[in-house]
Design a protein around this ligand. Structure first.
Ligand code: 4NP
Length: 161
């Protein structure tokens, strides 16, 4: 099984949407049993909350089931997950600081947009303080990035994908 963790700051906007998109794509390929996917935030701001209502509306527009309660990154995650995918540089930095605190290392921490071909910017923009269009933009970026991440997994793990 391949275990994938998407990480943002609050775990109510970008990373729960990434998790939902990933799960839907994997399900469409009939590969759900080969993957575990989760998401979390580096902050404790929204622990226990449902995704932002604009995230839920965006998922609904694209017919993507979304079921998540916000949680914070913890030391077990570094052991549990094969891939840790940050939404932006600041999330990645925060993950690295947390891992240092736990005296743990992880060899597969990436920015999700590293997998998006020709992306001029490697950050998924934080849509929290903007409007609906920001969430739609996040959806488009994640949809394309995750397609290419799955292509990458296909090459790296032929037995699972
Ligand atoms: P996310 O968005 O990291 O994509 O979940 C945010 C959610 C909440 C806050 C910032 C970003 N906040 O400052 O509360």
């Amino acid at each position: 099984m391949i275990k994938v963790l998407f990480v943002c700051l609050g775990n109510i906007c970008r990373s729960p949407l990434a998790e939902a998109i990933f799960n839907q794509k994997v399900k469409a390929f009939g590969l759900s049993q080969n993957f575990k996917c989760d998401s979390c935030g580096t902050s404790d701001y929204h622990i226990g909350e449902l995704p932002d209502e604009r995230t839920i509306a965006c998922a609904k527009r694209h017919q993507i089931p979304i079921h998540h309660r916000a949680r914070q990154l913890n030391r077990v995650d570094a052991r549990e997950f094969d891939y840790i995918l940050a939404m932006d540089h600041s999330n990645k930095k925060n993950i690295e600081i947390d891992l240092q605190k736990y005296r743990l290392s992880h060899d597969h921490i990436y920015l999700i947009r590293e997998f998006q071909p020709n992306s001029d910017n490697l950050d998924v923009p934080d849509p929290y303080y903007g409007g609906e269009e920001g969430f739609e933009n996040v959806y488009k970026i994640l949809d394309e990035s995750i397609d290419h991440f799955l292509e990458y997994l296909k090459v790296e793990h032929q037995e699972y994908v």
